[in-house]
Design a protein around this ligand. Structure first.
Ligand SMILES: NC(=O)C1=CN([C@@H]2O[C@H](COP(=O)(O)OP(=O)(O)OC[C@H]3O[C@@H](n4cnc5c(N)ncnc54)[C@H](OP(=O)(O)O)[C@@H]3O)[C@@H](O)[C@H]2O)C=CC1
Ligand SMILES: Nc1nc(=O)c2c([nH]1)NC[C@@H]1CN(c3ccc(C(=O)N[C@@H](CCC(=O)O)C(=O)O)cc3)C=[N+]21
Length: 302
């Protein structure tokens, strides 16, 4: 039996509709729209595409939207000065510094300089700590993990009690926060990584399998537990000579076609987690705006 293909694009649209509605109720109450500033250092073409999509969505949601494109030669001091200016701007609720930053810049120092109340990526240690201690009512939760959870919820509902969840990948921006969210929903969580022995066997235990590795189609069909829900966070651009000379295509970390023979449900790439990430950025910006104005936190889940 073929798996349900979880439609991340459609579910992202429902989140975006809620974010737009919350923004249009917020604007007259606060006397200003929610504001989002996206900062890009350098000219990585993939980052340019993502940043442009983020700014476009922010405008469609009725936000004040700023995009700051800085040259690759920008110093850490210059970037910190921009962050300080955005922190001090009362009309800016969300600050996103696109990663990766050039190697000449200390990423942690920049992420720690963002006002935690404006940290719509959820990368500041204050928000990491709030998430880890279960204080999610006040935390800004990272976009990709929050979006992944909504996709899981669309199949299994809010409770993961009794389920085994396996997250492959332990990065601070994806793997670890996803594991925290799954734990909070009462899943029994395993975090696997490059030093894990017999990864295939670990994955085979998963009722919920999240792949956040960055290795094209590494996770094969026979690693999937029959009936599992599979979330493929990976975004890998690989050569696609069948599409013509020099062409490429996007694939995830899971061999989707193989896995779909075994799984209950699976997210596609593209059209799965990626669109959710952008939608949750808009949701987090509206949330930050409400919290900063002392208004009740809006709800964006399924
Ligand atoms: N859809 C979206 O919106 C987003 C997608 N992504 C994508 O998700 C993927 C992961 O991103 P990110 O977390 O930032 O990546 P990182 O490179 O920071 O982390 C990758 C993780 O995978 C682990 N890993 C690497 N190779 C293996 C292996 N052979 N077996 C098991 N584990 C392995 C690493 O282990 P170790 O810690 O031991 O090195 C590490 O924990 C990428 O493809 C990225 O493009 C990222 C952000 C958003
Ligand atoms: N501070 C910061 N925050 C981030 O959230 C962040 C970041 N830095 N750096 C890079 C990663 C990657 N990321 C993606 C967002 C959207 C898609 C997305 O929309 N993907 C589409 C396809 C897009 C395409 O065709 O290229 C999809 O999967 O359907 C993908 C990846 C956010 N990231």
């Amino acid at each position: 039996m073929a798996a349900e293909i979880i439609d991340g694009k459609a579910i992202a649209q429902t989140v975006l509709a809620k974010a737009r509605a919350a923004a249009s109720a917020f604007t007259p109450r606060a006397g200003r729209p929610p504001g989002l500033a996206v900062v890009l250092v350098g000219e990585d073409p993939a980052s340019q595409v993502y940043v442009r999509n983020k700014s476009r969505e922010a405008e469609a949601a009725g936000f004040r939207s700023e995009q700051h494109n800085l040259p690759v030669t920008t110093t850490e001091a210059e970037l910190l000065a921009l962050v300080a200016r955005l922190n001090a701007d009362p009309g800016i609720d969300g600050i996103l510094v696109q990663l990766p930053l050039p190697r000449t810049i200390d990423t942690d120092r920049v992420l720690m300089a963002v006002d935690p109340a404006k940290d719509v990526d959820g990368f500041h240690p204050v928000n990491v700590g709030l998430l880890g201690s279960g204080a999610t009512a006040r935390a800004l939760v990272p976009c990709t993990p929050a979006g992944s959870l909504i996709l899981i919820e669309s199949v299994l509902g809010p409770s993961l009690a009794g389920k085994q969840a396996v997250v492959v990948g332990r990065s601070n921006i994806v793997g670890k926060p996803i594991a925290q969210l799954l734990l909070q929903r009462d899943a029994t969580v395993t975090i696997a990584h490059s030093k894990t022995a017999d990864l295939a066997a670990v994955c085979r235990r998963a009722d919920v399998l999240v792949a956040a590795v960055g290795r094209p189609e590494m996770i094969r069909g026979d690693w999937i537990r029959p009936g599992a829900v599979v979330v493929d966070v990976g975004i890998n651009r690989i050569p696609a000579p069948e599409r013509g000379e020099g062409r490429t295509r996007l694939v995830g970390d899971v061999a989707t076609r193989e896995a779909a023979e075994i799984a209950r449900a699976i997210t596609p790439v593209p059209g799965g987690v990626g669109p959710m990430t952008i939608a949750l950025l808009m949701a987090n910006t509206v949330t930050a705006a409400h919290l900063r104005e002392g208004l009740p936190r809006p709800v964006f889940g399924a």
